[in-house]
Design a protein around this ligand. Structure first.
Ligand code: HEM
Length: 383
């Protein structure tokens, strides 16, 4: 934990965030994660300014309704592909609430598919040759730009001006003095950046959460008990940010899911100068990475780190450097409040309106994010 603390808090002093060449080329230097120094600080500040309590207070009921509607649709099928459907839902939420574009269901489905190709191929040799991962990721990004550009045109035709796009997006792409072409590319790439950072991670977390609920009836019972004790059992009641606040067990379930199956398994840094870590010298220029999943698995405060046990969060106050699903320090995730809110709404809706049964199970794979290695089918039924 001390090593993680040293690396996380050493940002810009002993280390600097850095990604493999393929990721840098694909994500682009307009992405907050790829920026450094003052430019990074300013972009991050803009982003955090908009993801504030007002954003949640005003958007939670609409977020809830979108989640609830999709879960209703899932109940109508004998079985759904859980990871695939989670991706469609969370891409849709990011497009609607973080970006605020009018986007059809068909466009969301294709965007979700291209995002998966982009994500799955981004850690690769940066060779733009047909058949190679890098080539596939570039093609996926081009297609995403086209889909988003046509949704933007649609949004404008429906009389929404660019100024009405979400304030989150405005914070990300507030550029002055650039020509129209580069502004347009920056806008499209900022949207892809938000989808990549904000939908892929939440997809993995939402999938893991539903999977754990399917396997733990006792957890579902405790969730239902908490919801009933707050008089929110009726599925006609729209859930607000204020309703979520006292839900300690819902919070514990989300927290435990992100501990056991953190969507981001680790982070990359480069040493700015030689420094000591646990008796070893890390030479200047070397790559350093800290493992989030490994840190969670070795947490001395957790009794049995490989077991899903939300109850421990009702009493446990783990060292914040043994629990870091959203990272920490200067690079801490700016989307964590949004992600937690979405996951809590998802948990409440599942618990109070349905039961989940695994129809076809699959092993999990952990790269690039936790997900089923084969197809995982579940049946969602009214409870
Ligand atoms: C469960 C969901 C999420 C998880 C587990 C997660 C995790 C993380 C982690 C661990 C980092 C730090 C990486 C590092 O130290 O290098 C990070 C950074 C980041 N995340 Fe998230 N994230 C999630 C959701 C989101 C959402 C919803 C958004 C957008 C609204 C977002 C936007 C970002 C951005 C822009 C950064 C880069 C920050 C910087 O470099 O300063 N994330 N995320």
């Amino acid at each position: 934990m001390d090593n993680v603390r040293k690396v996380i808090y050493g940002e810009n002093r002993i280390v600097r965030s850095s990604y493999p060449a393929s990721v840098l080329a694909l994500v682009g230097n307009q992405s907050v994660s790829m920026m450094h120094g003052e430019e990074h600080k300013e972009k991050k500040r803009q982003l955090m300014k908009f993801l504030n309590p007002d954003f949640f207070n005003s958007h939670t009921p609409a977020l809830y309704r979108t989640i609830s509607q999709r879960i209703q649709e899932w109940k109508e099928s004998p079985a759904i592909d859980l990871h695939h459907e989670c991706r469609r839902l969370f891409v849709n939420l990011a497009a609607k609430f973080l970006i605020n574009i009018d986007i059809s269901d068909a466009a969301v489905a294709e965007l979700a598919e291209q995002l998966q190709i982009f994500m799955d191929n981004m850690f690769c040799l940066p060779w733009n040759i047909p058949g190679f991962g890098f080539y596939k990721a570039i093609k996926a990004k081009e297609r995403m730009r086209q889909i988003i550009a046509s949704s933007l045109t649609q949004t404008e035709n429906n009389n929404k001006s660019e100024m009405e796009f979400s304030s989150v997006l405005q914070g990300l792409c507030s550029t002055s003095g650039d020509d129209d072409v580069s502004k347009n590319v920056i806008l499209l790439d900022s949207i892809i950046d938000l989808l990549f950072a904000g939908a892929e991670t939440v997809t993995s977390a939402g999938f893991s959460l539903a999977y754990q609920l399917a396997k733990h009836d006792d957890v579902m019972d405790k969730l239902r008990h908490e919801i009933a004790s707050l008089d929110l059992k009726d599925t006609d009641d729209v859930i607000s940010a204020r309703d979520i606040q006292p839900m300690k067990y819902v919070n514990a379930v989300v927290k435990e899911t992100l501990r056991l199956l953190p969507p981001v398994g680790g982070a990359f840094r480069t040493a700015l100068e030689s420094f000591e870590l646990d008796g070893f010298t890390i030479p200047k220029g070397w790559s350093v990475s800290f493992g989030i999943r490994d840190t969670h698995n070795r947490d001395p405060v957790i009794n049995d780190p490989m077991t899903f046990n939300p109850d421990q969060w009702l009493t446990n106050t783990a060292d914040s450097f043994a629990y870091l699903p959203f990272g920490g320090g200067a690079r801490v995730c700016p989307g964590q409040a949004y992600a937690k809110m979405i996951l809590k709404l998802f948990t409440v809706e599942f618990a109070r309106s349905c039961s989940i049964d695994i129809v076809q199970d699959s092993d999990l794979s952990f790269w690039p994010t936790p997900r089923p290695s084969g197809q995982m089918l579940v049946s969602i039924r009214k409870c």
